[in-house]
Design a protein around this ligand. Structure first.
Ligand code: ZN
Length: 295
């Protein structure tokens, strides 16, 4: 495949495909290591309604059992660097983190593109429906911003970070969570795809959310996300490795997989083992960062 394009992070030439599923093609930059989809999906179309046709009850259980306790730890980390004030949660979903931030003393505001989710969050918090590029906030009006599992979905992450920087007051902090492509689970998913001659693509499809409206467009690791933040006016204040699920929440996470019975049970135990090994070897599959606005 004679195709080459400049890396969005370092500008170097990207030529080697990493994997391709359907029309989605992912590449890894040989210079900086950033994983990137190219070409990007065509812009436009209706904003995603990923929450429609979704098992809400299951989702809420997963949030309550796994994500909300994690959000509480993440908020404690953020508070070491941004003690309070106005906080904007970008991609606030149904407002679970807004609940945690408001309980933790922030004046919490949300931004969310999904109509369903924004309406649910708006019952409890001030939430604007939209994306960062098409809503107006005052420059410097927030002491903190959060973007949990957002940046990997954004077509132009550098523009996104510069916009967030503009919303933050001097010394303000951004906390974010991104998947870590160096995690054991993504590494094994890629190995399964390659060793099976591209037949076993379900793990990669699930990890990169390729069957959803909002797919992952980028795959970061510690180095690439730190460089992206530094290039766009932030300095890293804290980095932490986290898992994207725990053993207890696996049943809820696996609910939509297209198989059941013994296969599902075997997958659950295999994933449990991966979870344990990833923790032991420091290869968990998500990164949480707090970055401070420079200058
Ligand atoms: Zn690069």
């Amino acid at each position: 495949m004679a195709h080459s394009f400049p890396c969005i992070l370092c500008g170097g030439p990207v030529r080697r495909p990493l994997f391709g599923i359907g029309s989605d093609r992912f590449w890894r930059c040989p210079t900086c290591g950033l994983v990137q989809m190219n070409p990007l999906p065509a812009p436009g179309g209706a904003p995603g309604e990923d929450y429609a046709g979704f098992d809400l009850e299951n989702y809420r259980k997963f949030m309550a059992e796994f994500r909300i306790p994690q959000y509480e730890r993440d908020l404690a980390l953020l508070r070491k660097h941004a003690p309070g004030g106005r906080l904007l949660d970008i991609g606030c979903g149904m407002g679970e983190f807004l609940d945690v931030a408001a309980r933790g003393g922030f004046r919490a505001f949300g931004l969310e593109p999904s109509r369903t989710a924004a309406e649910i969050a708006r019952r409890r918090h001030p939430v604007v429906r939209g994306e960062l590029g098409n809503v107006e906030f005052k420059a410097g009006e927030f002491a903190a911003a959060t973007a949990w599992s957002v940046l990997e979905h954004v077509p132009a992450p550098a523009d996104f970070l510069r916009k967030v920087r503009g919303l933050l007051a001097p010394g303000g902090c951004l906390a974010l969570r991104v998947p870590d492509v160096r995690g054991l689970l993504p590494a094994l998913s890629l190995a399964a795809y390659r060793l099976s001659f591209k037949r076993v693509d379900l793990p990669l499809r699930v990890l990169y959310q390729l069957d959803w409206h909002y797919k992952h467009l980028y795959g970061f690791d510690r180095r690439t996300i730190s460089r992206l933040l530094a290039d766009n006016g932030f300095e890293a204040a804290a980095v932490r490795s986290e898992p994207s699920f725990d053993f207890r929440s696996l049943d809820l996470r696996m609910d939509y997989l297209p198989f059941g019975g013994a296969a599902k049970s075997a997958a659950k135990w295999a994933l449990g083992l991966v979870l344990l090994l990833a923790r032991l070897f420091g290869r968990q599959d998500e990164l949480v960062l707090v970055a401070r606005k420079k200058g």
